[in-house]
Structure formats: structure tokens, C-alpha cells
Design a binder for this molecule. Structure first.
Ligand code: ZN
Length: 204
């Protein structure tokens, strides 16, 4: 079956609360300079959906590591805010692979396009704040792809991190979250697919 590419509150009601699960995200390269903010923002966004986040280096993975859910993410372009691009770079900020009705756990995160989108607002910022804002923006873009995977949903929400198009202000705002309806669809156990026929037949 051919693959295609899917582009692009912290309120927990007792009736929809689910057991927290761990989502591991394996990055194919480090994020120097922006790593701490990236982790903090992504961890905060996913905690609201019932997941504890583990971020690991894909090249240092161990066979003994086991998590409830995992995603593998390729970082595309230069993932540093040390120098800013002078022009906009058209195209999606991230994408996730889809096969049939399954959203696969493989995403690309376009660092260069994300940085180009906000670079005009970073030019006069000191280096530390520039890195903070870039790390936060990257985390929000990747959280959007995590929504597609965790909810097993190719469609989008009307508002929040799961909406189809981000404005620059969404990437730079102090706070930008998933809306409550999206959180309910991402909770552990809600977006997981039933076993395929093959898996059922083999007894896994
Ligand atoms: Zn999307």
C-alpha cells in the first residue's frame, strides 16, 4: 500500500481522564541552543493530553527501551537560530506519513522553514531570547504532528495547536495550546487503532 504525506487545556474532566502514558520522541539530531525550551514546551503541550514525554536521540536508542507510544522525527534544515534566513521558504513546517487509514509515527520537522517564518520578529532579540522563541515554535509545530499520530486523525481542529494553519503569532505567543475537543481525542486509548487483521491472526 502506498504511503502519502500528511502536511500541514490543561483541563482534565473526571469523565475523560485516562491513565497517563509515555510518548517517546526520537530525534535524528540534537537541537543545540534551543533544546531546553523545545523540551519544556513540548512536554507541557503533551502533558495536557495525558502523555508523559521522553525525548531521545534516535542514534543512541537501546533495544531495551520500551514506551507506550513512539515517534521518529527527522529534523530538516539548519536547526539553529544563530543566523537568520533573509527570505521566506515556502512549504509545510512539518509533515507526517500516512498509510491507508493509519497515521504513521514518522514525521519531518522543517527547522529552516519554521525559523524563516518567525525570523523577522527575532532580528532585534538577544541570542538567548531568540533561541527561546525558536525552540518554543519548533515544539508547537511538532506537537501538531503528534496530534495527528496520537489521535489517528488526518483532519484538523478549528482552533489551537491542531488547527490546519499557524499564524506567526501562534508560534511566538506566550501561550498556545490544544483546545479541549482535541485533547479529548488525543487522550491515551482514544486514538489508538484496533489491531490489524494480520496482528490479530498472528496472536500479537
Ligand atoms: Zn496537520
Amino acid at each position: 500500500m502506498s504511503r502519502r504525506i500528511l502536511s500541514l487545556v490543561a483541563l482534565c474532566l473526571a469523565s475523560v481522564c485516562a491513565q497517563a502514558e509515555t510518548l517517546a520522541i526520537y530525534l535524528d539530531q540534537p537541537l543545540p541552543g534551543v533544546d531546553a525550551t523545545f523540551r519544556d514546551e513540548l512536554r507541557t503541550l503533551l502533558r495536557s493530553t495525558g502523555y508523559t514525554l521522553e525525548i531521545r536521540n534516535y542514534h543512541e536508542r537501546k533495544a531495551s527501551e520500551a514506551f507506550d507510544r513512539l515517534m521518529v522525527v527527522r529534523l530538516k534544515g539548519v536547526c539553529s537560530a544563530e543566523s537568520l534566513p533573509s527570505s521566506h521558504r515556502p512549504g509545510p513546517l512539518a509533515s507526517t506519513q500516512v498509510q491507508g487509514n493509519r497515521v504513521l509515527p514518522f514525521a519531518d520537522l522543517y527547522c529552516d522553514r519554521t525559523l524563516a517564518t518567525i525570523s523577522g520578529w527575532l532580528q532585534n532579540e538577544p541570542a538567548a531570547r531568540r533561541n527561546m522563541l525558536f525552540g518554543k515554535a519548533l515544539a508547537r509545530v511538532l506537537a501538531h504532528e503528534a496530534y495527528h499520530f496520537l489521535a489517528q486523525e488526518v483532519g484538523h481542529a478549528a482552533n489551537g495547536v491542531a488547527k490546519s494553519c499557524f499564524h506567526t503569532r501562534d508560534l511566538l505567543a506566550d501561550t498556545f495550546t490544544f483546545d479541549n475537543n482535541t485533547i479529548a481525542r488525543m487522550l491515551p486509548g482514544v486514538g489508538e487503532l484496533a489491531p490489524t487483521e494480520t496482528e490479530e491472526a498472528s496472536g500479537r
